[in-house]
Design a protein around this ligand. Structure first.
Ligand code: SF4
Ligand code: SF4
Length: 390
């Protein structure tokens, strides 16, 4: 039997009333596409939020419907009424995490590790060793974690590069490639070191807002000055740009105004990038949801890529790939079904190699056998090959 909880979601009344139930968002919702269930659609979820807000009572079924949302925000860009679905879902999850048993202790502990860079590095090294000893089951589908980390060295202080938590522990080579591309414009890159750590995006997704605020304050202190802060992970970039809203302070708003997805910054500096004639075959661009639907700056990726290589568009209107931060670990079956639709679109595109500007999407699609890189890893290798030829 489903258990009832007293709950007050605290969603803005105007936001709740703004959905006119037109259903135009439904084809853009990955969980609706997979299930065809109204309760797994944006419209259905909003209707449930209204019911719970009016009754002041929720149950396990409501929690499971809210938890099944990938928070991709594809519904927001599709909605003609401007319904702020992302903030509504974040408010709902915060209320559930604060007032019910939605986030059990073991999950809170897992999220806490993200904010502890030394422990994360140690755990990652342990996993890397166990992987070499073939003691990590392949069903966990973890990427191959490097035994030794590439050392990143600051080269100046024109711009900052945000390095984050998991991406820095598992994919530092991507940061190194991004840094080289930024440096190829003549800019010196400054690094935050361990003080910055996790951006708190996964905590906000999980409703752990207080923890996210603590992490946000730490990040802000780690980037003094006024220089631009470049981010090579779409999910982290979206979160850093939202600190002004999350913390509600002028200091946080000033910090957010300095944040750019690295492609946005490069698109403003195209004339400074090395000029190279490349004959590489075109590459498929997969837009991470947090770049396309949240930051809305996905076109910058194409502007940068097209300096060096042709791009192939997918025909799915930026439908989510199913990665969704921690979603693919918490809901592996739905995440895999959503990914199947992305794979079908990739297969229809006629291309082979894919680029995606978010580590979560890269890992999730890689696990399904897709040949995928960060866009700037590809640009970096094109520049390096051309330099060698000269
Ligand atoms: S969220 Fe927007 S698009 Fe979806 S049903 Fe409501 S008003 Fe229509
Ligand atoms: S955020 Fe994504 S998964 Fe959630 S309701 Fe909107 S489109 Fe569907």
């Amino acid at each position: 039997m489903s258990k009832n909880f007293k709950v007050s979601l605290g969603i803005d009344e105007d936001a709740l009333a703004s959905c006119v139930s037109c259903g135009l968002c439904l084809p853009h919702c990955p969980t609706y596409r997979v299930t065809q269930e109204e309760t797994a659609s944006p419209r259905g979820r909003i209707a449930l939020m209204r019911q719970v807000e009016a009754a002041g009572v929720a149950d396990d079924t409501f929690i499971s419907f809210m938890d099944a949302c990938i928070q991709c925000r594809g519904c927001e860009t599709a909605c003609p009424s401007g319904v702020p679905f992302g903030p509504m879902m974040e408010t709902t999850r915060e209320a559930l995490a604060d007032q019910t048993s939605y986030q059990p202790r073991y999950r809170r502990l897992g999220y806490s590790v993200l904010g502890m860079p030394r422990l994360l590095a140690l755990g990652s090294r342990l996993i890397a060793v166990l992987q070499r000893l073939r003691l990590i089951p392949s069903r966990l589908a973890l990427p191959r974690i490097p035994l030794r980390q590439t050392k990143l060295k600051a080269s100046g202080d024109d711009v900052w590069l945000f390095t984050g938590c998991i991406m820095d522990a598992w994919m530092r080579d991507t940061h190194a490639a991004v840094k080289r591309v930024v440096e190829s414009t003549g800019a010196g890159v400054r690094l935050p070191g361990n003080e910055a750590g996790c951006c708190g995006a996964l905590h906000v997704h999980a409703g752990l807002t207080l923890k996210a605020k603590k992490l946000a304050n730490k990040v802000i202190e780690a980037f003094p000055g006024t220089n631009p802060i470049l981010v090579d992970s779409a999910g982290c970039g979206a979160q850093l740009k939202d600190y002004g809203h999350l913390l509600g302070t002028t200091k946080a708003a000033a910090f957010s105004s300095r944040v750019f997805d690295v492609h946005e910054w490069l698109a403003e500096n195209l004339d400074k990038l090395p000029k190279i004639n490349s004959d590489e075959p075109p590459v498929i661009v997969q837009d991470p949801c947090h770049l396309r639907h949240v930051q809305r700056s996905h076109e910058a990726v194409r502007l940068v890529m097209n300096q060096y290589i042709g791009t192939i568009e997918l025909d799915d209107d930026g439908l989510c790939c199913g990665a969704g931060g921690a979603y693919s670990s918490l809901h592996p079956e739905t995440a895999a079904e959503v990914r199947t639709r992305k794979l079908e679109s990739i297969n229809r595109s006629g291309g082979t190699n894919v680029v995606s500007a978010n580590p979560g999407c890269m890992l999730h699609l890689q696990q399904a056998g897709v040949s995928i890189q960060h866009p700037l890893e590809l640009v970096d290798s094109i520049i390096a090959r051309a330099m060698k030829r000269e």
